[in-house]
Design a protein around this ligand. Structure first.
Ligand code: ISJ
Length: 409
């Protein structure tokens, strides 16, 4: 099995100059399907409702634990380079000195096409491979215990919210190609952000998240934080009942309010005219319902890039908790694994500072013959431990479906 925590990752930046081509949809009419077909392990890929982006090759690479420093290096490199765009991933923990570093690449070749859907909808699915073993980390009963411990702390009011996750390892008979998982994820997810990013050590992060951490287009800033979840159901009546129960759930509205408050507080100094709807709305993914709030604002200082905003916001209480430091510490104590890039952020930033950064959830880290999937949920004082376990199972379905796996765990 893989050693998910022990890899020695160099925290140096390297830069070599190569010629870079930045082909946009205007200069080359690539289709989203072509970009998906051309994606290979190590590349950066992002499909959204508006566009499909493929960054291939590596003109320059920056790795740094400190997300703000990484955003500054990236902005400086983009100013001096014909690359036009940088893309990559930040880990969950951007404070751990020995943890996984953020990794930003200036690709040698960037290609942008229109949205993948509806064009890809009829494509055949790909077969990911034959699984030979799986393991829940921790055992489901231990996750329930961890949630119970967190609830005790929440009731003592040291904490308002904490997000606890569990992992699922799957090992295959043959090496896993992230391209096959990405292909199926793109087919399954017409909305949201379907992504792949090369990681240090030759691994790949692949996933489909509904959640936008931040986007910047000129002075226009958008965040779409999510908190509050309920499973989808194949039975329309149950599905609608689950959505109604979520909209009526005081616990889920509390989880959501803590998140929106934190996002608004962080964006406040960067933006004017922040618009925050009074109530969240329902977001549908193929596997989970969520509560989401679209927050928009106008950037005060145009030099603040999308990546700099992502560095300021991350980690939000959607994936960490409140207060941040205490929640992060508790996550480290209660989860028996390092999150790595799960619950980090993936995205791109261009030379103007525009970009999109999505919350890296509903994902797997792929390496060699195996992969590790992650799913978590926000816990507040009136959470119920077994319901939290069920919530993580529903969230695993995004990846399990894409891999054609029906696992009971
Ligand atoms: C942490 C995850 O999801 C986050 C937690 C949510 C919740 O607690 O309701 C909802 C959406 C995400 O912000 C995950 O999918 O692993």
């Amino acid at each position: 099995m893989l050693d998910w925590t022990g890899a020695e990752i160099p925290r140096v930046k390297e830069l070599r100059s190569v010629s870079v081509t930045h082909e946009s949809v205007e200069s080359q009419a690539a289709t989203a399907q072509e970009l998906l077909d051309d994606y290979k392990a190590g590349d950066f890929f992002l499909a959204t409702k508006r566009r499909t982006l493929l960054g291939a090759g590596k003109a320059a690479e920056f790795t740094d634990i400190d997300a703000v420093r990484l955003s500054e290096h990236t902005a400086a490199a983009l100013a001096d380079s014909p690359a036009g765009l940088a893309a990559g991933a930040l880990p969950f923990d951007t404070t751990a000195t020995a943890g996984a570093p953020g990794r930003i690449v200036l690709p040698e070749r960037v290609r942008i096409a229109g949205p993948a859907h509806p064009g890809v909808a009829g494509l055949p699915r790909r077969t990911v491979g034959i699984p030979i073993g799986s393991r829940s980390v921790p055992e489901p009963a231990r996750h329930v215990e961890a949630v119970s411990r967190a609830i005790t702390m929440l009731r003592h009011r040291k904490l308002r919210k904490v997000v606890l996750a569990r992992a699922l390892d799957v090992e295959f008979a043959d090496p896993v190609d992230p391209a096959t998982i990405l292909h199926n994820l793109v087919l399954d997810n017409a909305n949201g952000y379907t992504y792949a990013a090369g990681l240090p050590g030759g691994r790949d992060l692949v996933g489909a998240t509904p959640e936008l951490l931040i986007s910047r287009t000129g002075r226009s800033v958008l965040a779409h934080p999510h908190a509050g979840s309920a499973p989808r159901s194949d039975d329309p009546a149950t599905d609608a009942a689950n959505a109604d129960a979520l909209l009526a759930s005081a616990k889920d509205h509390t989880e959501h309010a803590v998140l929106v408050e934190a996002v608004v507080q962080t964006l406040g100094p960067f933006c004017r005219n922040l618009h925050v709807p009074a109530e969240p709305s329902l977001v549908a993914t193929p596997t989970v319902w969520h509560l989401g709030t679209t927050i928009s604002g106008e950037l005060i200082d145009p030099d603040v890039t999308a990546l700099r905003l992502a560095a300021a916001l991350h980690p939000t209480p959607a994936i960490c908790g409140t207060p941040t430091e205490f929640a992060r510490e508790l996550v480290g104590k209660l989860e028996p694994f390092q999150r790595g890039y799960y619950a980090g952020t993936v995205g791109w930033v261009d030379a103007k500072g525009d970009g999109e950064w999505a919350v890296a959830i509903r994902c797997a880290e792929v390496a060699g013959h195996g992969l590790r999937m992650y799913a978590g949920g926000g816990i507040v004082a009136d959470s119920e431990p077994h319901a939290e376990l069920a919530e993580t199972s529903a969230k695993f379905q995004t990846l399990l479906r894409a891999m054609g796996l029906e696992l009971d765990f």
